[in-house]
Write a protein that binds this ligand. Structure first.
Ligand code: GLU
Length: 422
């Protein structure tokens, strides 16, 4: 078999091209969307605790800003690279348009393993990164947020650094902040809530009861923890979860709250891993995880996890993509042939950026909403977007991924035509 192309930028370009072709779109649309509008690369020197200096490379990509300012997270990971950041910003452009937010797509990352840094070093790096980005980001231009390995504390340091540079408060610079620091109620749980809603809607369409449905999850971070709690509440059975260190498998199902407490409210669990959860067995590899027979699979770690090498063994009815880009295009085809209903990342994990938008609106208005308001608006946006995309899938005979891209590209192209860009 030929070697599979795992370059995320080329994958994102192919996904956009496929939707443009399906739409019979003017070729100039792809011509504009195939590359990011602006990219910034910075080097951030950090004086480490031992007195040595280490330089960290960081990127921010603004893919397209036709529909509004660039929006998207910042990730800290040793494997961050420019093409990955660009691809992630392309997916943000599509995601924001899929759920109708007045945003374009942005994304950033720093090449670093944050597990190797002390809190002090992490703070210096986060402040240094924002200082280096300077006016490339702003509440009107480009609004960062958390992503892989970044969190509300990191957002707080970044906002504070920006405020110090500007000399006044700018809560709308960045989203995903603590509630006590201009954050929004419901933001932390929002991505997982959205991933659950996507799976729930998919289950309803194929007549699968959530009660008793077996759920398998990759990752137990910000996305899957909150999705797991909601699946548990709906009576589904969380039978397997695997994180960076290993897995927890119990065919009888695991209590999501107990699993959460075992990982996050347990001082003895210093690595914060699901491994060793009482009553569970380890899962030796991601391939073994994906091969577990279930009804709902939630890949919520990184991109390129389900590939042509392991897609054949996947045994599920629904996949709700909590991560960005977890399934390669070749794996997509294999899973589609198997009849798996895939809710694509640009819809299934759009809950996070949707509540980020709510947070930004609250910041700009200086007027804060209740949790009920946040969750009700999130629910409506996601349910409506799901319905629109599912209907398009049925009518046009395409996958939900292609349908979602078609919806997004159509909206962006219309906007760019009116502006005179194309
Ligand atoms: N990092 C999240 C994502 O990939 C959230 C982005 C945001 O809230 O701006 O969608």
């Amino acid at each position: 078999m030929s070697k599979e192309n795992l370059n995320p930028k080329e994958i994102a370009q192919a996904q956009i091209k496929a939707a443009c072709d399906q739409l019979n779109a003017d070729p100039s649309i792809y011509e504009v969307l195939k590359e990011p509008a602006k990219v910034m690369q910075v080097s951030v020197p950090v004086k480490m605790d031992d007195g040595s200096v280490r330089t960290f490379v960081g990127y921010r990509s603004q893919h397209n800003i036709a529909l509004g300012p660039a929006k998207g997270g910042l990730r800290y990971h040793p494997d961050v690279h420019l093409d990955e950041v660009i691809a992630l910003s392309m997916w943000m452009t599509i995601k924001c348009a899929v759920v109708g937010l007045p945003y374009g797509g942005g994304k950033g990352g720093v090449v670093v393993d944050p597990k190797e840094l002390s809190q002090n070093e992490l703070e210096k790096l986060s402040r240094g990164f924002i200082r280096a980005l300077g006016d490339f980001v702003s509440p009107q231009k480009d609004i960062p947020a958390p992503d892989v390995n970044t969190n509300p504390q990191i957002m707080a340091w970044m906002m504070d650094e920006y405020d110090q540079i500007k000399g006044f408060n700018n809560p709308g610079l960045i989203t995903g902040k603590q509630v006590q620091l201009y954050g929004s109620l419901g933001r932390t749980e929002a991505t997982g809530r959205g991933t659950f809603i996507a799976a729930r809607e998919a289950a309803e369409r194929i007549g699968l009861p959530l009660e008793g449905a077996r759920v398998v999850m990759q990752g137990f971070g910000n996305v899957s923890t909150y999705a797991a709690l909601l699946f548990h509440e709906a009576g589904s059975k969380i039978i397997a979860v695997r994180d960076y260190y290993g897995g927890a498998y119990n065919p009888d199902g695991m209590d999501a709250q107990e699993l959460y407490d075992y990982v996050y409210n347990n001082p003895e669990n210093t690595r914060k891993t699901v491994v060793g959860f009482p009553g569970s067995e380890d899962i030796e590899s991601n391939d073994a995880l994906f091969a577990i027979d279930c009804e709902i699979l939630v890949p919520a770690a990184l991109e390129n996890m389900i590939t042509s090498a392991n897609a054949h063994t996947v045994s599920t009815k629904i996949i709700s993509e909590g991560a960005n880009g977890p399934i390669t295009p070749e794996a997509d085809k294999i899973l589609e042939e198997k009849g798996v209903l895939i809710v694509p990342d640009v819809l299934a994990n759009a809950g996070g950026v949707t509540v980020s938008y709510f947070e930004w609106v609250q910041n700009l208005q200086n007027f804060y909403w209740t949790l009920e308001e946040v969750n009700a608006r999130l629910e409506r946006i996601l349910v409506d977007a799901f319905e629109e995309i599912y209907t398009m899938k049925e009518e046009k005979g395409v996958s939900m991924r292609v349908a979602a891209y078609m919806k997004a590209i159509d909206a962006i192209a219309y906007n760019m035509k009116m502006r005179g860009t194309i």
